[in-house]
Design a protein around this ligand. Structure first.
Ligand SMILES: C[S@@+](CC[C@H](N)C(=O)[O-])C[C@H]1O[C@@H](n2cnc3c(N)ncnc32)[C@H](O)[C@@H]1O
Length: 364
C-alpha cells in the first residue's frame, strides 16, 4: 500500500490552475511558431471578459461550492478561496452549552420518523436487531489489533514512516472509557450543568482537578478558546489516554489545553497570575485525603476570579463536614472563600443525576 500523499487527487492549487480565467500566453500565440498573428485588441478584450464571466459563473453552477465571488472579484491566485475552506471557525459563542427542549423535541421526532421510539427490552430483541452486526468486545478488538494490526496496516519501519503518533491498541479500543465506572456520556451532563451554572463563555478560564481521561474535560476543551482549559492530573494511564487518544481523536490538539501531571496540588506550572472563572473537581475530592483538598483550596482560592469565579465539587464535601459546620466555615473564611450551596443536577440526556457543591470568593 502506498502513502496517500502519492494520490492523484488534485490539490486546491492545481484546481485553481485548471479553472484559471487567464489562458497561458503560449495558447494565444502558438498556432504556428512561424506565423505571426496580430490579434485585434477587440478580440482579445472579448476573450478575456468571456473567460472572466465563465470563471465567476463556475462556483455558482456547482451545488457543493457556495459562491463567494461576484464578478467584480479579482482574478488572481485568491481563486482557490472559492473552494470554501476558511480558517475562521464559527463563533463559539453561538454554540449552545446545554440541550434545549427544542433539541429534545427534534430528536424525538427523528426517532419517531425512523421507528426508534421503543428500545428493545430483551436480549432476544437486541439479537434480532443486530442481524449482520457482530459487535466485538474490547478484549476481542484488542486481540484483533495485536494479531492483525487492523485490516490494512503498515508494519515495522513503514509504520513509523506513515504515522505521526502511533496509538497503542489498548487506547484504540477505548478501554479507558470505562476506567471510572459511570457511562462515558455522563461527561457531557457534567459539562452542561457546570457551563450553565457559571454562565460560561468561550473566553473564560477553567481548571479541572483530576480530569482523568477527559470524560468531562473534552467538552470544555471543545467549547473554550485555545489555552483556556487547565488540568492537574495524577494518573499516568488516564493522562496517556487523554493526550494520545481523546485530544487527537476529537481534532482538538489546536485548543492547546494545559494538562499537567501531578498529585500534590501544585499549580505553579500553570503560570503566574492566571485566574479562573471556574475550578471544578468531578468525582475527585471524595477519593483524596482531606488535608490535600485543603492544600488545594488554599492554593487555588486566590486564583479564583472575584465575583464571577466559582469552585464546584461533586458528590460530597466530607473534607468540610468532618470538621463540623462552624470550623469548616472558619477555614473557608480564612482562605477568602464562602460556601454558596448545593445543587442536584438532573441529566436531560441520560438517566443520571449528580450533586454539586458551590464555593466563591468572599465579597469584600
Ligand atoms: C473518579 S476519577 C474522575 C475523573 C474525571 N474527573 C471524570 O469525571 O471522568 C478521579 C480522577 O482524579 C485523579 N486524582 C486523584 N487524586 C488526584 C490528585 N491528588 N491530583 C490530581 N488528580 C488526582 C485520578 O487519577 C482520577 O483520574
Amino acid at each position: 500500500m502506498k502513502n496517500a500523499k502519492s494520490s492523484k487527487t488534485p490539490s486546491l492549487s492545481s484546481f485553481a490552475i485548471e479553472i484559471s480565467p487567464f489562458p497561458p500566453m503560449a495558447l494565444l500565440s502558438s498556432a504556428s511558431p512561424t506565423r505571426s498573428i496580430v490579434v485585434p485588441a477587440l478580440l482579445l478584450l472579448s476573450a478575456a471578459s468571456g473567460a472572466l464571466l465563465l470563471f465567476c459563473l463556475l462556483p455558482s453552477l456547482s451545488p457543493s461550492t457556495p459562491s463567494s465571488c461576484s464578478c467584480s472579484c479579482p482574478a488572481t491566485s485568491t481563486t482557490t478561496t472559492t473552494v470554501t475552506t476558511t480558517t475562521t471557525s464559527p463563533s463559539a459563542k453561538s454554540i449552545p452549552t446545554s440541550t434545549s427542549q427544542e433539541d429534545v423535541l427534534w430528536l424525538k421526532k427523528l426517532l419517531a420518523q425512523n421507528l426508534l421510539v421503543d428500545v428493545p427490552l430483551s436480549q432476544a430483541e437486541w439479537h434480532e436487531l443486530r442481524k449482520g452486526i457482530n459487535p466485538r468486545t474490547r478484549a476481542q478488538q484488542l486481540q484483533d489489533l495485536l494479531n492483525f494490526h487492523g485490516i490494512a496496516h503498515y508494519e515495522g519501519l513503514e509504520a513509523e514512516n506513515h504515522t505521526a503518533l502511533p496509538c497503542p491498541g489498548e487506547l484504540l479500543v477505548e478501554e479507558h472509557h470505562s476506567n471510572y465506572g459511570e457511562p462515558w456520556a455522563g461527561g457531557r451532563d457534567v459539562f452542561e450543568f457546570l457551563a450553565s451554572a457559571t454562565n460560561l463563555s468561550p473566553s473564560d478560564m477553567v481548571m479541572e482537578i483530576g480530569c482523568g481521561t477527559l470524560r468531562v474535560g473534552i467538552h470544555f476543551i471543545q467549547y473554550l478558546d485555545p489555552n483556556h482549559f487547565h488540568c492537574l492530573q495524577r494518573d499516568k494511564l488516564s493522562l496517556m489516554a487523554a493526550l494520545r487518544y481523546e485530544l487527537p481523536a476529537h481534532g482538538l490538539l489546536y485548543k492547546r489545553p494545559l494538562i499537567i501531571k501531578g498529585e500534590d496540588m501544585d499549580f505553579t506550572n500553570f503560570g503566574e497570575g492566571v485566574s479562573y472563572d471556574l475550578i471544578y473537581a468531578s468525582a475527585v475530592f471524595l477519593h483524596i485525603p482531606d488535608k490535600l483538598v485543603w492544600v488545594g483550596l488554599e492554593r487555588l482560592a486566590s486564583r479564583l476570579k472575584p465575583g464571577k469565579g466559582r469552585i464546584f465539587v461533586s458528590h460530597n464535601i466530607k473534607f468540610c463536614r468532618r470538621l463540623g459546620g462552624e470550623e469548616c466555615k472558619r477555614r473557608l473564611t480564612n482562605l477568602g472563600l464562602e460556601y454558596v450551596g448545593v445543587q442536584t443536577h438532573d441529566s436531560v440526556l441520560f438517566n443520571h443525576y449528580e450533586t454539586w457543591f458551590e464555593f466563591r470568593r468572599l465579597k469584600v
